[in-house]
Every structure is written in C-alpha cells, then in structure tokens.
Ligand binder design. Structure first.
Ligand code: SAM
Length: 271
C-alpha cells in the first residue's frame, strides 16, 4: 500500500511554486483520473510527466499498465518515487526536465497522462504536437482557461493560436472540471482534465513551422483584418483567396481548415 500522505511527511515534501507543484492527494479522484486516461485503450507504454510524490503514478500502476515511464525534475520527488518502484517494477523513473526528454526513444503509440505543471503546460503541449505521430492519446490537466483555448472553435472568445494548432492535428474533449480545493496547495484557478486524441491528418503535407508562422502573423494582430495582419507573409489577398475566405476577416473568425489551406499556399503546394 502506497501511503501518499506518509510519503509527503517522511520526505518533508514542501510544494515548490517554481515547479508548478499542486498535488492531488485524494485517492478516489486519482483513480478516477487514471480510469478516464485509460478508458477503452490498452496502451503498451504510458508516459507520465511530473509524477511528483506518485499519487497519479500509483493509480495508473494499479490499472496494470505494462510499462510506465515517469519523468520528474524534482530530486526529492524522485527519491520518494523509488519506494513505489520497489512494489511496481514496471515503473521507470527518469530524473530529467520533461522539456528536454526525447519521447521518440520510447517508440510510438505512447499514451501520455499528466497533471501538468501549469508554468510549462503549453510549451510541453506544443512540443508534443510537433511529434504528434508518436502518441495515441494525451490526457492532461490544464488550468481551465487553457483547456477552453484547446476546445475553442472559430468565433469563440477563447479561439487562438493554440486552438488552431491542436484543432488541426487532434480531437479534444474536456473530461472533468476540478475546483482549486482538490489540489494541495490550492492554485488560484479552476482546472480541467482534457483528452487529446490525434486524428487522421486531412492536410498531411502542411508543415508545423508553416502553421506556426501563419498563426503567429494572424493572431499577433488579432483585432486587425487579415489584409493587414498577413502582410508580413507576402500577399494577403492571394493567401485568403487560396483559402476561400475574405481578407476582411479577423484571425479569430478563420476556421482551422482555412489556416491549413493558407499553409499549403505558402508552401507552394496544392492540397
Ligand atoms: N502528479 C502529481 C499529482 O498529480 O499530484 C504532481 C503534479 S504537479 C501539478 C506537477 C509536477 O511536475 C511536479 O511534481 C513537478 O515537480 C513536476 N515538474 C515541474 N516542471 C517539470 C519539468 N520541467 N520536467 C519534469 N517535471 C516537472
């Protein structure tokens, strides 16, 4: 039996703000998150980023995942996790910054589960989106405001760069909304557990850097019309015409598909 509160006491684990440490200690909730993450799939490998003292790690191991790789930056958490490893040899602990971790060394069909450190959550997500072919599913805790951006469609108030990048490559659904009180210490924000499923890419030749470039130009001046905001990319009229949209639209009203068509035009390709 892995007693989380006992572990935290014995290792004198004090949550570090710099590492986005807001732990979940409620075993029932952790079990529920693990069940949501693994529902309907039997992944051969699960990657957990930021296992902390191991609450969610334990919940995942109880679901008998064949291999769980846990990447943690904090030295003390890594020591605590070694106790869990004694009972679960399928757990591999990697003491590393997840921003530098090479997921491709794990193979593909990776299932990611993480109560993310919020200070690096979007940087990590963009890193994974760039190599989306490696992943079968990502179940991630974000602050709700970020989750809203991930699920937003053109015209929604939260629609932005991240909505386009994720909407191009994945299906996204919000699975749970969690109040601050379920975390220790409690953050100031509400959180949301999001399921991200890579989808069949309908624009496979669109390159990530091109989409980053277009969305940066468009949303960098989101209140301006495309005829003005896309000037830095060359000819806004030609770009918009390739996508079948008016140059009088603003970035926030342009659907994902139109961004893909503009990307193809910029790359000098037809669909
Ligand atoms: N999984 C635990 C839970 O649910 O209670 C802890 C989640 S806590 C929100 C985020 C965890 O990510 C912390 O354990 C923190 O030390 C770790 N972390 C923060 N930045 C990291 C990074 N760059 N690489 C790896 N782990 C990181």
């Amino acid at each position: 039996m892995y007693n989380l509160k006992d572990i935290i006491e014995r290792y004198q684990l004090k949550a570090k703000k710099s590492l986005g440490q807001n732990f979940i200690l409620d075993a029932n909730l952790l079990d529920k998150i693990a069940r949501v993450a693994l529902a309907g799939i039997s992944p051969s490998i699960v990657l957990e980023v930021g296992p902390g003292p191991g609450g969610l790690t334990h919940a995942l191991l109880k679901q008998e995942v064949p291999k769980l790789v846990a990447v943690e930056k904090d030295d003390i958490c890594v020591q605590a996790l070694q106790e869990l490893q004694q009972n679960y040899p399928t757990l591999s602990i990697v003491h590393e910054d997840a921003l530098k971790f090479q997921e491709n060394e794990l193979g593909d069909e990776i299932c990611v589960v993480s109560n993310l450190p919020y200070n690096v959550s979007t940087v990590l997500l963009v890193k994974w989106l760039k190599e989306i072919h490696l992943f079968s599913r990502l179940t991630l805790m974000f602050q709700k405001e970020v989750a809203d951006r991930l699920t937003a469609c053109a015209g929604d108030a939260s629609y932005g760069r991240l909505s386009v990048l994720v909407g191009w490559l994945c299906d996204v659904s919000t699975e749970m909304i969690l109040p601050p009180a379920v975390f220790t210490p409690s953050p100031k924000v509400t959180s949301a557990l999001v399921r991200i499923t890579p989808k069949e890419n309908i624009y496979p030749s669109v390159q990530f850097p091109t989409m980053e470039k277009i969305t940066a130009a468009a949303f960098g001046q989101r209140r301006k019309m495309l005829r003005s905001s896309l000037k830095s990319l060359g000819n806004p009229e030609a770009l918009c015409s390739a996508a079948g949209i008016e140059t009088s639209l603003r970035a926030e009203d342009v659907p994902v598909e139109a961004y893909c068509k503009m990307a193809l035009y910029l790359q000098g390709e037809d669909r």
